[in-house]
Design a protein around this ligand. Sequence first.
Ligand code: B12
Ligand code: SF4
Length: 528
Amino acid sequence: MKILLYNPDNGVTRNFMPHLWMFLLQALTPPGHEVLLVDGNAQPMDEAGIAQFVRDNNIGLVGIGAMTRMVAKAYRMADAVRTTGVRVVMGGPHVTEMADEALGRDGGLRHADAVALGEADATWPLIVEDAARGELKDIYAPVDAFGQESKPSLKEYPVIPWQSIDLKQFNLVPKAASTMLQKIGEGWGTFRIIPVESGRGCPYGCEFCTVTGFFGDSIRFRTNESVVNELLSLKARARSEKGQMAVFFIDDNFAINIKRTKSLLRDIIAAGAQVHWVAQISANLLRDEELVDLIAVSGGKWIFIGMESIDPANLKDVNKGFNKPGEYAAVLERLAARNVYAITSFIFGMDNDTTGVAERTLEQVRTWPPGLPIFGLLTPLPATPLYKRLEKAGRLTRPKHWQEFIPFAMAHTPLKMTIEEAHTEVNQGWAQAYSPEALTAAVDSLNDQPLGYRVNIFLARLCFRGIYFPMMGKMAWLKVIAQNRRTIFKLVREGFKAGAWRGAPARIPASPVPQVEAIETIAQAAEG
Ligand code: B12
Ligand code: SF4
């Protein structure tokens, strides 16, 4: 049987990275079946397109995975597939919580023939075999012999055959430049950010987050050896095609067990398996100097920190009191001292937020080492404690907000400001943090560093700006370039000075993610 695994586009930004679930399920598919992967962020497809693809490729089963924000598109694509007579199985965090919605048991249209609840590592092979026999069940739940929910231990992690998987759609280097760039240094013909997990689960239970409910509060880790081997295999693949590879450790809290993280990083260093990597780590775990040293030496370049708010009352409200705003600056300086920078994520619209929250937050951000601040709104995701609390209090204004997804729009009323005011605060956050003046300040704050670091922070900021202000057209890019012409001119002028690049990162840039995305986006814009 031919199987298509499809991930819908998020409708807002291009994704810089493919989704791990597709590779994982592909690796877990029993022999005798062929699996094709389509990521809508890399290969845009509409309803007619997927139906045609299914017919042209003689697909027998389609698997669709989606986060809440993409689920409306996922359902539309599933409906289109089902009109061809091909069965659809859906999985992932949204349908796990809303299986009745996907199966049409809530009075709505049925979108999926089957739903895989929770982690599907063990159920996927059964789903495939049942589908091949024409005996697909409605629901697949991961349970043990006693009917109790079971979670994979990750000690026996499947080998994802990175050496042989078709990764064409995930190359961030524009096709037109690929052959030429192969010849630069060790080769830049391809550049990919690859998701790798080293563990699952998070015990912290923040009120707005689905992770503790979905993956559980006990953390499971892969063996160091299996992670190291995966990195070595990724490096080998990049080398063999004269390209580059960076890794996003998608663990929710990569240093949740500091002792184990240090041991993994030491093993990575010992095996020569360093790649440039990004990971999510909460601020409280970055107090440890030795950990931060190991992060830097093992290739860590950007750490995503869910700061959420600079107001301790807000943090307490969402059960994230372990975040201490008073130590944010020290944590960021500890990282920056090793040339590791942070993506700092903030949520506005929390219960103690009042108007002016964006400016109050930015006042702090401006005193920190340069990073990539991002701003979102508190969003009640299905089945989270936050959703239940707001529902009980009658505060949900769009209880099924995912059915009509609107980016950066609240679905409940905040307590101390209006919905419109919360939207304005998010807009202010992005507009100020990514203004030409803010970009210049970020670049200038690294004046004591080699030019490469300044170029990287500039390009990274330009790309992150695109998360909020769409920059997918030629005009949008030209406008941004014009607005930032002074900083661009200054960087170019310095680039011609002798020694300007000395000490800059030797192999791949400090911020490979946005830099290459920028190159690609500029190229696309140039192509019109
Ligand atoms: C990496 C990641 C991202 C990446 C992008 C995704 C990517 N390219 O990988 C980045 C950093 C960009 C990102 C951004 C966001 N993310 Co995110 N992200 C994750 C993270 C940390 C890991 C995802 C992952 O690969 N997990 C490991 C794999 C193995 O697990 P999995 O995907 O769940 O797949 C398993 C099962 O679900 C199931 N399964 C999944 N799909 C399918 C399909 C089929 C057919 C079957 C049978 C089974 C199946 O089988 C898999 C194996 O067991 C998760 C948290 C987490 N730990 O999962 C959050 C998570 C998915 N993100 C989340 C959110 C909310 C976001 C944002 C909206 C945050 C924001 N406010 O901006 C943005 C939006 C992104 C966008 N633009 O679309 C939520 C989603 C909750 C929900 N109900 O939708 C999660 C769960 C975290 C959370 N805080 O709750 N994210
Ligand atoms: S620390 Fe991160 S992953 Fe863990 S519950 Fe909180 S938000 Fe979710």
